[in-house]
Each structure stands twice: as structure tokens, then as C-alpha cells.
Design a protein around this ligand. Sequence first.
Ligand SMILES: *Cc1c(COP(=O)(O)O)cnc(C)c1O
Length: 355
Amino acid sequence: MPLPQTTTPPQQFGSDNYAGLCPQALEAISRAAKGSTPAYGDDAWTRLAAKAVADVFETPDAAVFFVLTGTAANALALATLCPPYCSIIASEVAHAETSERGAPEFFTGGAKLITPPTPDGKLTPEAIKLAARRASSPRASTPAVVTITQPTENGLVYSVDEIRAIANACHDHGLRLHMDGARFANAVATLGCTPAAMTWQSGVDALSFGGTKNGMAMGEAVVFFKRSMAQGFAERARQSGQTASKMRFLSAPWLAMIHSGAWLDNARHANASARQFAQAVEDIPSIKLAWPVQSNAVFLLMPEPVMNELRARGWRFYTFFGGICRFMFAWDARPEAIAALAADLRSCVRGQGAL
Ligand SMILES: *Cc1c(COP(=O)(O)O)cnc(C)c1O
């Protein structure tokens, strides 16, 4: 029987999830494949991986869990931090708001999402204060948690100062701060700061730390920087079917990615690939960068006929935010494929005449 082709030339940049499994993660899976090991996370791989994640943050006391998807990481972390009669403040473009089919509301069992408008995708202390003030009546769903995405859904990175200011606003209002770090490694690569500086040292209470988009097959880590805040997470993970019985196949790749440094190398490569693409297209007439490139995403404004022609030539990409084209670069992005995409875009624009 012929097997499906997984690599169709040219390489596609529709999502960082299109990428395969990086060699370090693959090797870790084959190493963990041998022998028998206790189930449901009661194994040496999982213990060592949790310790390795905690060490990345220089917090030996952090509580670390592994779940299968980023949606589960967010929803279960938020449910652990937010009672069902309270609310969660998130950007209107947050993945938790736009792309999780109500999972945070479902897993909290009734919490509401409050989503202030965020023109550049970033929440601000002012927006948080305003939302907290508006919902302060005892009859309203009082906010309990703020979630920020780092890097944001539109590829921007909060600076450490911005995170600290947000955390201060949260803590002034008794709110906890969660970070959706589906692409956390990309933000670390951009800022060049320590993971600790970007999180608990700036006041972040809990983090969804993405592994899938970083180069693993699947698996995200959830980190609570204060162990006491993790109360109930393990039970919720079990209840929602997120406690993998062969947990070692989630955790062993984490261990390998951290020990080899691949988690940061992959992110650096992905970010550099995005910059390569942006530099190759920014002088094309009628093409504009919607936002500066600060992580592994490039968002382009382009005339609709160009978009259609690019798709007709076989390139896959999503449009977000009312028609902005998104290109994502992962650990495996190849310079020749990026150059081919850029060249095709240039030729599409030329073909459309004086746009
Ligand atoms: C991809 C992504 C997630 C997680 O998505 P899953 O498909 O559930 O793994 C969460 N937040 C952001 C910002 C993402 O880009």
C-alpha cells in the first residue's frame, strides 16, 4: 500500500505544526521505547524531565506537568487558577479566546473570558485595570486571572518590563498571571533573557510551555512557579484524559530537548528563518509587513489577487485578523524553500501588473 507523502516539495510554511519531529526528540522516543517502565508519569523519564524543566527556570520547587496539547495546557492551568464564578482576562486575539472552542470556559466550569480590544495583540496594564474595575460588582464575574500569550498570536514579544508592568497591575487587583507560551522558546531566543526573568521573576504565576511547535511530536509542559498554586491540576489532567499512560513518550523528549539545548537552537533557527523571509519580501511593491518580525511568524498584507495567485501556485498559508497572511517557520525551515516562497511572491506581484 503506498504511504502518504509527508514531504511535498516545496516545503510549506502554513504553520509551525507542519514541521516534523526534530532528531533529538525522535532519538529520545526510541531510547524510551525499550524495556518496561511504570505508567502515568511514575517513571524516571518523567521525574528527570520535570526536574530539567524546573532547572530551566532555576526554580527547584516549581510544579511541572506534561499534557498532550496546548489547548489542554491552557484550559487546565486556567481552570486551576480560576474558580467557576470568576473571569479570565485575555486579549481578544488570544488563542484561548479564538481557537480553543471554549475549552477554558468548559474546564473552569463556568468562568467567563473578558477580552479587551488589543490593537497590536498585546494586553496592557491599563486594559487589565479597566476590565477589573468594570467587573468589580459582586454580581459580575470578578476577574481572577489574566492570561498573556508570549510571543503573541501576531508574533510580537512582550519585553520583560512589559511583563513586569502587567504582573504589577494583576497583583494590585488580586489577579493571578498565566502565560500561554506555546512558542515560549521563540520569545526566549528573541529577548536573550533567562526564562526565569521572563516568568516568575517578573511576576508570572503559571506557564503553558510549548513543546509541539518547538519540534516535538506532541506534549506541552505546564509550570506552576509556586507549588501551592498547582493544587488540583493533576486531578483535572486525569479527569480530562490528559494524563498519558505511557507518559515517558511525552517526557523523554523534553529531557533530551533541554539537555541538548535543542529547544533554544530550534527556536533560534525558526526566528532567523522568519527574518530571512521578511528581508526577502519587504521591498516587494504592494507587500507590507503587518507587524515587525520578533519571533517565528511573518504577517503580510497583500492584495487579494496576489494572495489567490500564491495559493494557486500551491503555497499554503492562513489568513488572520481580517485577511492578513501568516507564514510560520519552524526548526526545519530550509533557506532554499524560504527563498523559493519569496521568489514566487515577487513573481505573483509582478504578474498582477501595477498593483
Ligand atoms: C498552537 C497554540 C496553542 C496550542 O494549540 P494546540 O493545537 O492545542 O496544541 C496555544 N496557544 C497558542 C498561542 C498557540 O499558537
